[in-house]
Design a protein around this ligand. Structure first.
Ligand SMILES: Nc1ncnc2c1ncn2[C@@H]1O[C@H](COP(=O)(O)OP(=O)(O)OP(=O)(O)O)[C@@H](O)[C@H]1O
Length: 294
């Protein structure tokens, strides 16, 4: 049985259609990145998974149950964007408090080890650094040993070292066969830390696959050149070209056949092509192309 299923889910806030007919299924034990630009519908999707918001249409199931049932059964753990910690409590007190809410919590020592907090058990929450607070919030998210862990932009505001420590903790947790879904705008994070990347834009599914598949799916290569003041019209009709962007006087062409694209570019006598660059598409290129098209 799938861990998470969205079946034609939509969510409307007044005039805004935040999630639009989203269908997807996530197998147990996978670490999945939910990637999308600001306002794509990532937080809304996570909040619906936790039963904090109700879909306007469609259904969400978690191991075959409703989100409310899954939350009540202690199957879900979450690290949301704005979870405050009770300032006067120590790290140990906070974790104990949350452990007591779950039927089968994880042993305290294991939580401390996984969240890398063994040296901070007595520290009060109001004395923690930003990165340390995030580790405590991660500890609270895993305190109930949830089968499904949801992380909404977990590394926002973390420095590089904190990020590395955080992802190491997340991988240790996921290694126990748990399902992890994390929302991010960081393409490198999606690429490095997930088995699968689901790209959403304007509430709709834009792509779904491994990072490698997504890169391949938008055309394997990128051709860039200085366009200057010349018109961009017609570039999208060159052979192999799947998407065109023009910014700061440079044209970026995504192509599935770079040889044919470059040959045609130089045959186009009306264009003065300078500063030509040819690179393999990275996930950022893929992401931009996907979120623009959808
Ligand atoms: N409570 C609300 N009332 C009205 N509109 C909302 C509400 N919450 C979110 N929205 C709108 O719904 C859309 C999706 O928002 P959501 O927060 O789910 O996106 P996101 O992908 O998580 O964005 P970000 O990366 O900025 O956190 C946006 O257009 C947002 O402005």
């Amino acid at each position: 049985m799938n861990a998470i299923v969205f079946d034609q889910v939509s969510k409307r806030y007044g005039d805004v259609l935040a999630v639009d007919d989203l269908s997807l299924a996530i197998e147990p034990g996978k670490t999945v990145a939910l990637l999308g630009p600001n306002g794509a519908g990532k937080s809304t999707s996570i909040n619906m998974l936790l039963g904090l918001l109700r879909p306007t249409g469609g259904t969400i199931t978690i191991h075959g149950r409703t989100p409310d049932q899954a939350v009540r059964a202690g199957e879900m753990g979450a690290m949301l964007q704005n979870g405050a910690l009770i300032p006067e409590l120590s790290v140990k007190e906070l974790i104990d408090l949350v452990r007591r809410l779950y039927p089968n919590p994880m042993p305290l020592e294991e939580i401390l080890k996984l969240a890398d907090l063994s040296d901070l058990v007595k520290r009060r929450a109001n004395k923690l650094s930003g990165g340390q607070s995030q580790r405590v919030r991660f500890a609270l998210a895993i305190a109930g040993a949830p089968k499904i862990l949801l992380l909404d932009e977990p590394t926002a505001a973390m420095d590089v070292e904190s990020r590395l420590r955080f992802w190491a903790s997340m991988h240790d947790y996921a290694a126990g066969g748990r399902t992890v879904l994390f929302a991010t705008h960081y393409l490198e994070e999606a690429d490095e830390h997930s088995d699968r990347v689901i790209v959403i834009a304007r509430g709709r599914l834009a792509a779904d696959g491994t990072a490698a598949e997504i890169k391949a799916g938008v055309g394997g290569q990128v051709v860039r050149f200085t366009l200057g003041e010349q018109p961009a019209a017609g570039l999208d009709r060159l052979p192999g070209v799947t998407a065109v962007e023009v910014a700061a006087g440079r044209a970026t062409l995504h192509t599935s056949d770079a040889d044919a694209t470059v040959a045609a570019l130089f045959r186009a006598t009306t264009l003065d092509v300078r500063g030509l660059q040819l690179t393999g598409a990275d996930l950022e290129d893929a992401f931009l192309a996907l979120t623009r098209e959808s």
